[in-house]
Design a protein around this ligand. Structure first.
Ligand code: NOJ
Length: 659
């Protein structure tokens, strides 16, 4: 429902006295724009509290006068928008897009006569977004951006969580809790907590034909400045046909839970552009011929212990069919894992793709394909159509893509404009072949799934696989209760939870640092519409009672809530299944044992629900005994409050079915 539009409320005014301002619909957030001495700045106040002090805007250009100074305001356009829209899949069935907009048209009369650019601000009740627009004009044709000088001048040296932008491959790092002035250069999202409990997150939305934005702390201050990922040649962005920057976004909320529920980033992406997306972008849980490789019980390459044999995949398909899983991922199906010179059309001789798709269809299980590119973009792009056609011709709808390689084509960073262009090419090509994507080693997500629901999930996270081979001993207990408030803000994560075995015989120093009950909880907590239960099926077969929770749990949601939330300490996530009455709750703690106190006031008043609770058993904790799980049932209502003890790095998973 669109209740207002530019026609009704839009207006263009000639600039009056500076500064200009725009407020959020509820009036709690006010953004002010100024051009004192020709330098554009913006500042943000929320409920009378300064969020951002005057912060610079602008860009440095190659071989042209910079877009940083000498500006006057030519005109201002205002708009207001209030619309509810329904994503193809998501953490909720309906999302409200409600903001006030101010477009400031600027000109540089003296620096570059006649040149105009615009800054567009959107102010929501839960934060702000803004972007640069570069209308094509005589004085500004194609050009190259050398730097963005955009600042975020916070009012204090807040506590932050982020990962370094350099020296980290594919965003696979532990989030560091640091004072803002000590973070150095980091990737976004950056999560920020103020002393009064206000929580913020700085990121970007709709990263299209541009470089990803990192931010850098100004030493000794409270300011972060944008730092775009460069091309090898030094330029950051070549602006040609796409004449707008991504949106720079700042979520502002009273607490960690509300911050995590903000949908600003999705709202700042364009509506769905994929035809018939509902038909093939179908949320699923899946298993895979995969963890066996990490446990070294099978090999990607063909040979005596080859994992991707027709027979072994059928075994996985049988298990999937019996256990309510929609898909089986198969890695190691194609030539040539021995050399990493991949063909995307040539299966190994012991993998019968046609037969497996026939068998899968007969059993209601999708075969999920795999395109590991090794980061060799030229090789992949030359075969991509044929590789995707092979899948489409076999009736397949999902492909996991991978980019293990320090640099794309040996020279460009994954988060560069080069990488961004390639990933978009893959998403759009996949859509044409009716394929949905699980993108590993991606550029950080920025909400593109609204426009391209076939971009169903991505890695770009230090996932569960680190528990299989990380020489420092696996992900620490705090990791999974930090991710929802950090990387999770960027979009779905293919973390691949639900390991039921906690040690690795071939690498004894590694360990899965959770209890088994927490693994179940992570299936709900770590959102992904394509959600993997990653362990070898033998470990599930050996533990059918706790596995029942995973069998039951869906991956597409009507509604999401966070009854408890503290970054790095604990989280309780409650999600209502889409199209049904059942709620699923995942609750987990970090390093410390605690008692989760879960208020069930989100249940329908007057109704009775059967709660099936999977919780840590006596003595369960991550370092000495992760296995004990107690499964119990009780009747509850919206008046009930559950108190559930959790061991160190423990948790609980709850199914709440209406009686
Ligand atoms: C790294 C990915 O994260 C993992 O899931 C995959 O199995 C390997 N690359 C091989 O493609």
């Amino acid at each position: 429902m669109l209740i207002s539009s530019a026609l009704l409320f839009g207006c263009t005014t000639l600039a009056g006295a500076n500064p200009l301002s725009v407020e959020s619909p509820d009036g709690s957030i006010r953004l002010q724009f100024d051009t004192q001495d020709g330098v554009p700045t913006y500042s943000v106040v929320r409920n009378g509290k300064i969020i951002l002090n005057p912060s610079r805007l602008g860009l440095k250009l190659k071989e042209l006068p910079d877009l940083t100074e000498g500006f006057t305001v030519k005109s201002v356009e205002r708009d207001a928008h209030d619309e509810n829209w329904r994503p193809v899949w998501g953490e909720e069935a309906e999302i409200r897009d409600h903001y006030n907009e101010m477009r400031v048209n600027l000109e540089q009369k003296e620096v570059a006569p006649g040149r105009t650019v615009a800054v567009v601000f959107r102010v929501f009740d839960d934060g702000i977004g803004f972007r640069y627009e570069f209308p094509r004009q005589e004085a500004l044709q194609d050009f190259a951006i050398m730097d963005e000088v955009t600042e975020f001048a916070f009012d204090d040296n807040h506590t932050t969580w982020s990962i370094p932008a350099e020296g980290v491959r594919f965003y696979e790092a532990l989030f560091r809790e640091l004072p803002l002035d000590e973070i150095g250069k980091v990737s976004t999202p950056v999560t920020i907590r103020c002393a009064d409990g206000t929580h913020m997150a700085l990121h970007e939305a709709n990263l299209t034909d541009y470089a990803a934005m990192n931010v850098q702390a100004v030493p000794g201050g409270n300011t972060l400045t944008a730092s775009l990922t460069p091309w090898q040649s030094g330029e950051k962005v070549f602006v040609t046909n796409v004449r707008v920057s991504p949106w720079r976004t700042l979520i502002i909320a009273d607490n960690a839970g509300d911050m995590t529920l903000s949908r600003i980033m999705l709202n700042l992406n364009e509506p769905c552009a994929v035809e018939n997306a509902e038909e093939f972008c179908v949320p699923q849980k899946y298993i895979g011929v995969w963890w066996c490789y990490h446990m070294k019980t099978a090999t990607w390459e063909a040979g005596e212990h080859h994992g991707a044999t027709t027979e072994n995949v059928k075994r996985y398909m049988d298990f999937a069919a019996r256990n309510n899983f929609g898909g089986v991922l198969v890695e190691g199906w194609n030539h040539d894992w021995a050399t990493w010179d991949f063909s995307f059309t040539r299966p190994y001789e012991d993998f019968d793709i046609a037969e497996l798709n026939r068998y899968g269809r007969e059993n209601g299980v999708a075969l999920i394909g795999h395109h590991e590119t090794g980061g060799k973009i030229a090789n992949y792009e030359s075969q991509m159509h044929d590789g995707m056609k092979l899948y489409a011709d076999n009736g397949m709808h999902y492909v996991k893509t991978g980019y293990v390689g320090d640099m794309l084509d040996g020279k460009e960073l994954h988060s560069s404009q080069f990488g961004v262009r390639h990933y978009r090419n893959v998403i759009e090509t996949a859509a044409r072949y009716g394929l949905a994507i699980d993108n590993h080693e991606p550029v950080i997500p920025t909400g593109l799934q609204r426009t391209y629901p076939n971009l169903m999930t991505q890695e770009g996270v230090r996932g569960q696989e680190w528990d299989a081979w990380c020489p420092e001993g696996g992900n620490p207990p705090s990791h999974t209760v930090t991710l929802p408030f950090t990387r999770g803000l960027a979009g779905p994560m293919d973390f691949t939870p639900v390991t039921f075995r906690f040690d690795n015989p071939v690498m004894p120093q590694t360990h899965v640092n959770t209890t088994l009950a927490k693994q179940l909880a992570l299936f709900v907590i770590l959102y992904s519409p394509l959600q993997m239960a990653s362990d070898e099926i033998e470990n599930y077969m050996a533990n059918p009672e706790p596995f029942q929770f995973v069998r039951d749990c869906p991956t597409d949601w009507e509604k999401t809530l966070f009854p408890e939330a503290e970054i790095g300490k604990y989280i309780t996530t409650a999600r209502k299944e889409k199209g049904g009455d059942t709620w699923y709750v995942g609750s987990a703690t970090g390093e410390d044992a605690r008692t989760a106190v879960i208020n069930l006031n989100f249940l329908d008043p007057g109704a009775t629900y059967l709660a099936t609770i999977y919780r840590d058993g006596e003595g369960a904790n991550y370092d000495t005994d992760p296995y004990p799980v107690v499964i119990e049932q009780k009747e509850v209502t919206s008046d009930s409050i559950l108190s559930i003890p959790q061991g160190r790095s423990g948790g609980c998973a709850i199914k709440l079915a209406k009686i």
